[in-house]
Write a protein that binds this ligand. Structure first.
Ligand SMILES: [Zn+2]
Length: 200
């Protein structure tokens, strides 16, 4: 279920907690042999547009998306053409769909998150198209089995993302290497404190 050539969840410097420029995202992704990436900034599609512009003529597809912080937790849109204005969960879903874009449930069971999800996954899944099967920052991915059930019950398309906020995380789609996750947990934690003085 993990396509090592596609990273569906990358944050650029247009997210308040990332410093990676859209250009360096594309360059890093190319270096790592990725064929498709989705720039999924917090609440904006600007970084995605910049990355897609820069990737023109290069051997990589850039999908423009955004991870919206709604009143009930995070939900993402992929293939967006305009900024999502609402922050009400149901309105955000409607806005995504009205653009002809797809609804993407990020990190359904991420265990270490600051922003709590308050919606029930089973309520949102019927309106969704994609779900994040592997998330590079949900270090232990405890509920892979539950995600599989959601995929089956609601006919969702599983995709995987690094959730990169630093360039070195781009393409981190290897759950087999748990040590990478543990090391990454401490490293990104320290870098976050150092650069942003915030927690994930
Ligand atoms: Zn994210």
């Amino acid at each position: 279920m993990i396509n090592q050539k596609e990273d569906w969840h990358i944050h650029s410097s247009y997210s308040r907690d990332s410093k990676t420029s859209p250009e360096s995202i594309v360059d890093t992704a190319l270096k790592r042999g990725l064929k498709k990436i989705c720039v999924l900034d917090h609440n904006t599609i600007e970084g995605g547009f910049k990355a897609r512009e820069y990737a023109k003529g290069k051997d990589i597809e850039v999908v423009v998306g955004a991870e919206i912080n709604t009143d009930k937790g995070e939900i993402a849109g992929v293939g967006l053409t305009d900024e999502i204005k609402s922050r009400n969960l149901l309105d955000v879903i409607a806005e995504i769909k009205s653009q002809g874009a797809k609804v993407f449930i990020p990190h359904p069971y991420g265990s270490i998150r600051r922003t709590k999800r308050c919606y029930v996954l089973e309520d949102v899944a019927p309106f969704s198209d994609y779900i994040e099967f592997y998330n590079g920052r949900s270090f232990f991915n405890f509920n892979r089995r539950k995600t599989r059930r959601l995929i089956k019950d609601f006919n969702l398309i599983p995709v995987s993302g690094s959730d990169a906020h630093f360039a070195f995380e781009i393409g981190n789609l290897s759950p087999r290497f748990l040590y990478k996750g543990v090391a990454g947990f401490f490293l990104t934690g320290i870098l976050n404190l150092f650069f942003f003085r915030i927690k994930r």
